[in-house]
Write a new protein. Structure first.
Length: 148
């Protein structure tokens, strides 16, 4: 399978291209493109620049997801949970990091702050309908299928 090409423009000379941490990694690491350490207080959200603009091909989307270690060990995760980078967006990619911990956390220059997944996406046609096909689940939601 041929890999899609993602063209990346560095907006700052010290910006780092996204990198996969291992051969089997689904997400490529995004790094903080900042001059000096940035503090994030408890309950605070700070927009962290990556210094990058991406050219995501039509039919794909960039998903900006939390890094598991950063979120579980330090309480830092994207405020929007999963950021969406549309294929027609050409501006700088920022990560709105939110501090869920009770302590101030610091982000260092060049630190890995999120992971980027490039995923195929379908554009759908939405058509109004008075009726929808019935299913076994029907309108059940929010735990209706059970806990285990």
């Amino acid at each position: 399978m041929e890999k899609p090409i993602i063209r990346v423009r560095k907006l700052k000379s010290h910006a780092a291209l996204p990198e996969y941490g291992s051969a089997g990694a689904a997400g490529a690491d995004l790094r903080a493109c900042i001059e000096e350490e940035r503090a994030i207080g408890p309950g605070e959200t700070v927009m962290i620049p990556t210094g990058l603009a991406l050219e995501i091909p039509p039919g794909y989307v960039g998903l900006v997801c939390a890094r598991s270690g950063l979120s579980t060990k330090r309480g830092l995760a994207p405020a929007n949970k999963v950021g969406v980078i549309d294929s027609d967006y050409r501006g700088e990619v920022f990560v709105p990091l939110h501090n869920h911990s009770g302590e101030e956390q610091a982000i260092a220059a060049g630190e890995r702050i999120a992971q980027l997944l490039i995923v195929p996406v379908l554009a759908c046609a939405f058509v109004e309908s008075a009726n929808l096909d019935e299913t076994q689940r029907s309108e059940g939601g929010f735990g209706s299928t059970g806990r285990l």
